[in-house]
Design a protein around this ligand. Structure first.
Ligand code: NDP
Ligand code: 2IT
Length: 455
């Protein structure tokens, strides 16, 4: 990826050389290059204000993970066949706390994908104001169509290698695409067995009976909708009465639908990788949960069971007219063409429930159309923030009520919104949440790195 062909401003030489250095060293990792570019593109004014960041080569250090693990994950399927997958954990930056970030099981996973996610996680975690560093992991294992027993064997094999690198003060994984409550259970079980320690704080997203936190399941979706609500409030609007489209139908999507409905919106569409459903009366949340969480079925089944709903195979969910769009599936799922359709249909706000779902060209289209835009590292930070609430409860051997955990989440999302807003104003770009999130996250990590010396 060339360095910002349509640069929004003249770049500080330190930004340019750090980007070129990173791109040379990681030539086959387009998602990682994209994630770095999206952050560095906003950092020139911060480097001008703080010459010590360039002198100490903070950007070059940030772009190089502290540690990258790749390992073999052998497992046997129900027919006795042997499979070999590749496992990853990228421990990117621990200046602010132990490495923290999810595990993704999806066939598209490779080192570059895990590095893009780990890099984003550094700034997202910094924005929460909490003491967590950035990391990410996963495997190219495809859980689709696998039995519970196969998932269990895979998770046990994966953790057999990973466990030696984890610890509540070292590295604390959680879920992401393809890793939910079931997988976290098998992973924690194998960790506990190998470590001979009941160390709740070593992984988050646990079941409520064994150290999990209320609201962690809901947190990412709830948080992204709360962030959207704060953006709308700033321009004198609210979610009440708005037409919302969500992409995906996994953990983040389902709880975005739930919170948007709580706040009075009508959610008219959601999707999976094969197609999307439209339900003009508003999605039936109980039916959606039954199909996706209980039966683990495809989203097309929703239209078979719900009168008045229709399924569109393939195509783009962004063709469905809406006021608010919440991309909550995967990276680069909302491109410039889709953004133009959204703008033509009158969209007023877009918030990223997923990580990097909007391409840079699409962000540009939305920016030019003055659409409110919440970048993932701010809008979807409610998940990781609630993971920290889980770790806090584990450390104190206590367990909070749903109301208490939810009010902590709401306060955190509001603080993140305000941090982005404040940084954007300080750097002369009021309302630019992308710049605000990048700068505010960066300043916190950079000053910690500077204070801790050359490591
Ligand atoms: P899930 O596995 O629960 O759901 C993923 C959803 O996205 C599914 O509907 C899936 O469809 C769809 N999807 C996945 N890959 C693709 C693809 N290549 N093309 C089209 N659709 C795809 O994952 P989550 O809901 O947990 O994660 C969704 C996003 O949110 C990810 O970007 C993740 O990184 C991000 N995120 C998650 C957090 C969490 O706490 N879980 C926290 C912060 C961000 P299908 O079933 O057809 O594959
Ligand atoms: O992308 C993310 O922030 C997550 N998948 C959640 C990470 C976490 O540690 O809760």
């Amino acid at each position: 990826m060339p360095f910002s062909s349509e640069a929004r401003r003249d770049h500080h030489p330190g930004v340019r050389s750090a980007y070129e250095h990173m791109a040379r060293r990681n030539p086959d990792e387009p998602e990682f290059q994209q994630a770095v570019l999206e952050v560095l593109d906003d950092l020139s004014p911060a480097l001008t204000r703080h010459p010590e960041y360039a002198e100490q080569r903070i950007l070059e250090r940030l772009c190089e993970p502290e540690r990258q693990l790749m390992f073999r994950v052998p497992w046997r399927d129900d027919q006795g066949q042997v499979h070999i997958n590749r496992g990853f954990r990228v421990e990117f930056n621990s200046a602010l706390g132990p490495y923290k970030g999810g595990l993704r099981f999806h066939p598209s996973v490779d080192l570059g994908v895990i590095k893009f996610l780990g890099f984003e996680q550094i700034f997202k975690n910094a924005l929460t104001g909490m003491n967590i560093g950035g990391g990410k992991g996963g495997s190219d294992f495809d859980p689709k169509g696998r039995s519970d027993a196969e998932i269990e064997r895979f998770c046990q094999s994966f953790m057999t290698e990973l466990h030696r690198h984890l610890g509540e003060h070292t590295d604390v994984p959680a879920g992401d695409i393809g890793v939910g409550a079931r997988e976290i259970g098998y992973l924690f079980g194998q960790y506990r067995r190998l470590a001979n320690r009941w160390e709740a704080g070593v992984i988050t997203g646990k079941g409520l009976e064994w150290g999990g936190s209320r609201v962690r399941t809901e947190a990412t979706g709830y948080g992204s909708v709360l962030f959207t609500q704060r953006m709308l409030e700033r321009v004198g609007k609210a979610l009440d009465g708005q037409r919302v489209v969500v992409s995906g139908s996994g953990n983040v999507a389902i709880y975005s639908v739930e919170k948007a409905q709580h706040l009075g919106a009508t959610v008219v569409a959601c999707s999976d990788s094969a197609g999307y459903v439209v339900d003009d009366k508003g999605l039936d949340l109980d039916l959606l949960k039954q199909i996706k969480e209980v039966e683990r079925e495809r989203i097309s089944v929703y239209a078979e069971r719900r009168v008045g709903a229709r399924y569109v195979e393939g195509g783009s969910v962004w063709d469905v007219p809406c006021d608010v769009a919440l991309p909550s599936a995967t990276q680069n799922e909302l491109d410039a063409d889709a953004a133009r359709v959204l703008v033509r249909n009158g969209v007023i706000a877009v918030a990223e429930g997923a990580n990097m779902p909007t391409t840079p060209e699409a962000v540009q289209v939305l920016r030019e159309a003055k659409v409110l835009f919440g970048p993932g590292k701010a809008a979807n930070a409610g998940g990781v923030a609630t993971s920290v609430l889980e770790m806090r409860q584990n450390a104190r051997r206590t367990s909070w009520s749903f109301q208490h955990a939810e009010s902590e989440l709401a306060e955190t999302m509001s603080d993140i919104h305000d941090r982005c807003e404040e940084a954007a104003e300080r750097y002369g770009a009021p309302g630019d949440y992308v710049l605000g999130a990048n700068v505010a996250g960066f300043e916190r990590v950079a000053s910690a790195m500077l204070a801790q010396g050359l490591i």
